[in-house]
Write a protein of this length. Structure first.
Length: 75
């Protein structure tokens, strides 16, 4: 986990597990393992490119708190 408990993790993968949740939109594919689905329900994943840099930003309604860097959260 991260400093707030759970941690977001991004990996580039070439294959998926049979039980992964597969989400596709605008040419992008996201896989979520079955254990993590409950913690990501209702989340929005966005790619932000601004003066500070570029990164994925996750708006997670399940999270009750998150760390300052945005890579971990608690429920």
């Amino acid at each position: 986990g991260g400093c707030s408990g759970f941690q977001y993790k991004f990996d580039l993968v070439s294959d998926r597990a049979e039980d992964d949740l597969v989400l596709e939109k605008s040419g992008a594919t996201v896989l979520i393992d079955p254990v993590s689905v409950q913690y990501m329900e209702g989340s929005e994943i966005d790619f932000v490119d601004d003066l500070i840099g570029s990164a994925f930003k996750i708006n997670n309604p399940v999270a009750t708190a998150s760390c300052g860097c945005g890579t971990s959260f608690s429920i």
